[in-house]
Design a protein around this ligand. Sequence first.
Ligand code: NAD
Ligand code: ZN
Length: 341
Amino acid sequence: MRALMKAKAEPGLTLTDVEVPEPESNEVRIRVKQVGICGTDLHIYNWDKWASSTIPVPMVVGHEFVGYIDALGKDVKGLKSGQRVSGEGHIICGTCRNCRAGREHFCRETMGVGVNRPGAFAEYLVIPQHNVYPIPDDVSDDFAALLDPYGNAVHTALGFDLVGEDVLITGAGPIGLMAAAICRHAGARHIVVSDVNINRLVLAERMGASAGFLAGRDNSDNVMKRLGMTEGFDIGLEMSGAGAALDDMINAMNNGGQIGLLGLFKDKISVDFNKAIFKGLRFKGIYGREMFDTWHKGLSMLQSGLDISPVITHKLPFENFEEGFTALNSGQALKVLLQFD
Ligand code: NAD
Ligand code: ZN
């Protein structure tokens, strides 16, 4: 089968032929229809410090996908050949304290599809039955291929009661933009988005944000004045991975506000925690998706009209993967989908 492989410990990926994987008794084989390129895949492509110390070589990478069930291990129940599915990329141990308590997203032994074991940038993918998630007929292939990053946005945003609240989102990458649409759908009042890229702010307003501002040039105080806000934000969603953005967010929060931290900081950061203490802020780190309530609620919102299509900037044949990675590295692309014919 055709697959995109990290073939050597150096930048780039190789389109190559590998053996079709066989499912174990509890696993499912999926014929992949289309895949999304994630920021993680870009790190792997560019072979940065994190990737070179994490990714085994050689290995097929990728974890955002939609496809059809092609083969079932002998112990798999409740799924059928031909069913359209996506899947959770975090494979859990099932035996640690958190797994046993039903908090699988806190598993201490999580393995990543396309990170620690062969991934989805291939014609066939094998994952445990537990990770397979069937897709309702009224959800498009494009949205189904994005359920992983969309799920990050759902997990972060729905971690808070959004109804009637004022939300600040720092970072209008694909996840911040989808979070803006979710906050609008879920009933927030003002949704303000910041980024350093003006084009992304335009898109944020298209996806439901009340206003955007250019970080470094404008600030949240000015936007709050324009919106008639007098006290500060109730909810903050940090989705940029920039320390400066978190420091600004702490400044812009109302007393007693809550902050969800999704963005991954490249280095240790410097923020004014005394301010957070005097304001009585609460912080929540977010990793991955909640298994599987995030999947359920995320799909339900797509079925009830939430539109994430503006983040899809490129749809390319699988073979043209280089074009997709180049567009992402240049900052022009948001979500790139690669399609098998
Ligand atoms: P992205 O890199 O495409 O988006 C980040 C955005 O932040 C960009 O648009 C960038 O221009 C903007 N930005 C940079 N500096 C800024 C600043 N000072 N103020 C405001 N905006 C600024 O990433 P993404 O795919 O949308 O993901 C968002 C973040 O979440 C990334 O940091 C990513 O690594 C992280 N992530 C975390 C998890 C998790 O499970 N915790 C999962 C996926 C992604
Ligand atoms: Zn576990």
